[in-house]
Structure formats: C-alpha cells, structure tokens
Design a protein. Structure first.
Ligand code: BGC
Length: 432
C-alpha cells in the first residue's frame, strides 16, 4: 500500500438523503411503503436517525471529522405538503440547517429529489405523469428563491435510473407497478424535468446576482461486464448499459433522447450540467450461458470476488473506469456524489475508502478533473427496502438510543480529509 495526495482544492465530504435520516414525516411515498410491510427487516423510516431534531449535533460531528462539503437532500413532501401549498416552516428549517453548515465552513451540495415523493404527487402518478415536469420546475423555483443565496451547488435528481428501475422494472420499490412502458415514460419525464430544473436554478440565481451556480444529476453508474466475453454477452452488456444508463446520461446532459425514448432534442440541444455526478458502488457480470431464455441473459455478482454485507462486489477499479469513460466524452468536472459500502462490522470500510480514493488520485494524475468525493454515508440510515440493518455509515447509530459513535473507518476518513490524502503514518495506523 502506498501513500497518496489529493489536490488542496479537492473537497471531501459525505452524502445523505432526507428520507433516510430525518424521521418524523408521514406525508411521503416511502413511509406509506413501510406501512404496507415491504421493508425486509420490518424497520421503519419514521424515526430513522432523528436528524430533523439533531441537525446541530450532526453538523458538529461533520466538523469534528474535518468534512469540507456535505451532500444533503430536501424532502419535497415537507416543503410542498399539498399541491401548490408551500410550507414556510419547512423551508425555514432547511435554511437554518444550511446556514449552520455554511457557518461551520462546510460547503452544501443540495439534492432536490432523492427517491421519495409527497403523497399527493405519488397518488397523481408521480414521475410517469407528464405533469411532473412543471410541478418539479415550480418546486425548484420555490426552493432556489428561498435557499439560493446560501447554496450554489445543486443536484436536481438522484439516480433517476435506480428510482425507475426499482419502481417499474424490478418492482420492489413504490409504486411497484411493473411496466416497461412506464419506465420509458418516466425516463422521458425525468429528463425533461431535469432540464427545466437546470434552467430554473440558473435563472433564479442569476436574477439574484449569482454567477457561480453548479448544477448536475447524481447518476448511478455501474459496469456491465460480460462473463465469458462472447459476442452475445457483449451485446447484452451494451443493452443493459444503454437502457439503464445511457438513456439517462445522454438525455440529461445533452437533451438528446436516444431510442427507445424517441429521438431528437425535444427541449433543445444543450449542455445541461456543470458537473457530472457519479454514484458508484459496484458492477454486474452479464451471463448469457446455460438455461437463460432472455436475450439479455442474467446479471450476476462475480463469484470469486470480495463482497459487502449486501453481497455487492467490491470493485474499486470500476470507479476509475466509469469516470474515465464519461470524462473522455464530456470533459467536465466530476463530483463523486456517492461511494460507500455496507459493512456492519467495519471490517473492510477503511480499506474500501483507501482503494477508491487511490483510484481518484490516479484519475487526477491521468488528467481527469475529479473535484470532489462524497462518501455514502455520514451515518447509518434507512436503507430503503433493506431497512435500518444495512450499515453504510462512517458513524454508527444505535437505534435504541440514537447515539452516534464514529467508527474506526470514520476516524480514518477524517484523517484523509484533514491531510488531503493518505500518509505513511496513516497506513501504519489504520491499514497495516
Ligand atoms: C442511493 C442511496 C442508497 C445507496 C446505497 C444509492 O443508490 O442514492 O440512497 O442508500 O445507494 O444503497
């Protein structure tokens, strides 16, 4: 293992999402989903980390961990609890939270939509109803008018592909309405919503005199590698990549609708991103051998690989590969908007952080403009249908007492942030 340094301007932080940590909100699609018994371990998001009431404590923790930036999301259901009615107290709460971050010297990156919907929207068909495009633009405008003086950096939508694939293809997430037509319709709506939101954020901030706005999408990017490398598997891998990723990246970055979404540039050709957000976790192996009847074969986890608590392969080189691929295409600043792992025993997270940041340092060495890294996650949280038992935090949360305890990997990550890299001494202390 070797020491490495990251540029002084490089920002290190953590990421969270409102539904996963805040608690206390019943007006959203995920709380309803929990009520209908869909969460594997039977836990709920109704308290989660009680972050809503512990903002000050949690920001103090970030400060103690030398965090320079923090990616958070806003709960739409709190801000617009009924269609067209905006809640001053809710936006006021987020304003205070963000003001505290700024005062602590922690730069906020704010996500407008991270998987959960207000119930009024869910009941109206959410992202498969074309009304969403204007509704999301109106919500964006309200938020940016109220927070835009404090926040320059925005993610419009978190992982549009995961949201739609889980809700409309695999079916484990709300609304669990399996329909490939709806998946594609949702993709078209999300692309349009992103573009209008992108323009709106710039427009509102510019009209208030700010010219430092940065807007992007947190794209879930993974790799699809053929198992045996034959032509059929390579074709299938390409199809997965296209249907799960390329439709979204190309649509949201350029405004172009690839087939089967249609074609052309319905909202105009453009460059609708100021950074490329990369959420990277793992890869899939595409196997078309044996009994598989689907032309796409099936997706597997590589057999001889090291895996996390959820069975995902640990594959740090993948971070290099996805960043390099999109850098070569777009030549745009890259923010790693999420990267992390489920490791309840904290047995391999320190090494995971080291390995992935080493890839980042190599990317930078090879001329790729990676500017930020957000570890997922600051603390254990409500991991969607896995519930509270999947542990992604560099800080452990005891759900009986809500006490936070920094894990060893958290102290390591704090040292990385403090030193902007990994020193020989840190290798001896944490990784030997
Ligand atoms: C999501 C997070 C999630 C994490 C780990 C990402 O897909 O944006 O909300 O907790 O992965 O599964």
């Amino acid at each position: 293992m070797e020491p490495f340094a990251l540029p002084e301007s490089f920002l290190l932080g953590t990421a969270t999402a409102s539904l996963q940590i805040e608690g206390g909100d019943r007006n959203n699609s995920w709380y309803r989903w929990v009520q209908t018994g869909h969460v594997k371990d039977g836990t709920s998001c109704i308290v989660a980390d009680d972050h809503w009431n512990r903002v000050t404590e949690d920001i103090a923790l970030m400060k103690q961990l030398h965090q320079q930036t923090y990616r958070m999301s806003l709960e739409w259901s709190r801000i617009e609890p009924a269609r067209g009615q905006f809640d001053k107290d809710a936006i006021g709460h987020y304003r205070l939270e963000i003001q505290q971050l700024v005062n602590a010297g922690i730069r906020p990156l704010v996500t407008l939509h991270h998987f959960s919907n207000p119930l009024w929207l869910e009941d109206a068909g959410a992202w498969v109803n074309p009304d969403i495009v204007d509704l999301f633009e109106r919500y964006t405008a309200y938020v940016v008018e109220n927070l835009g003086d404090l926040v320059s950096d925005w993610c419009t939508i978190n992982e549009p592909n995961v949201y739609l694939a889980a809700g409309y293809v695999m079916g484990g997430w709300p609304p669990s309405n399996i329909s490939i037509t709806k998946y594609f319709r949702g993709a078209r709506n999300m692309i349009a919503a992103h573009i209008k939101s992108y323009r709106k954020i710039h427009q509102v901030r510019a009209s208030n005199g700010y010219n430092d706005t940065m807007v992007g999408v947190a794209n879930h990017l993974r790799l699809f590698d053929p198992k045996h490398g034959n032509g059929r598997e390579r074709w299938a891998a390409g199809m997965y990549e296209r249907l799960f990723q390329e439709l979204f990246v190309t649509g949201m970055c350029e405004g172009r609708l690839l087939s089967p979404l249609g074609g052309g540039y319905p909202l105009g050709e453009g460059r609708y991103f100021d950074f490329l957000g990369v959420n990277y976790y793992t890869r899939d192996i595409v196997d078309c051998s044996g009994k598989s009847t689907s032309p796409l074969g099936r997706l597997e986890v590589r057999e001889d690989s090291q895996k996390n608590d959820l069975g995902w392969e640990l594959y740090p080189e993948g971070l290099y590969r996805v960043c390099k691929k999109y850098w070569d295409r777009y030549h745009t600043p890259i923010f790693i908007t999420e990267n992390g792992t489920a490791d309840a025993k904290d047995a391999f997270r320190t090494r995971y952080i080291y390995d992935h940041l080493l890839q980042v340092s190599q990317l930078i060495g090879d001329g790729v403009d990676v500017q930020r890294y957000y570890h997922w996650s600051l603390m254990d949280n409500f991991e969607w249908i896995e519930g509270l038992s999947a542990k992604f935090g560099i800080v452990a949360v005891d759900y009986a007492t809500l006490e936070r305890t920094v894990r060893t990997s958290g102290w390591f990550y704090a040292d990385v942030a403090k030193h902007h890299g990994v020193t020989e001494k840190m290798i001896q202390q944490y990784l030997a």
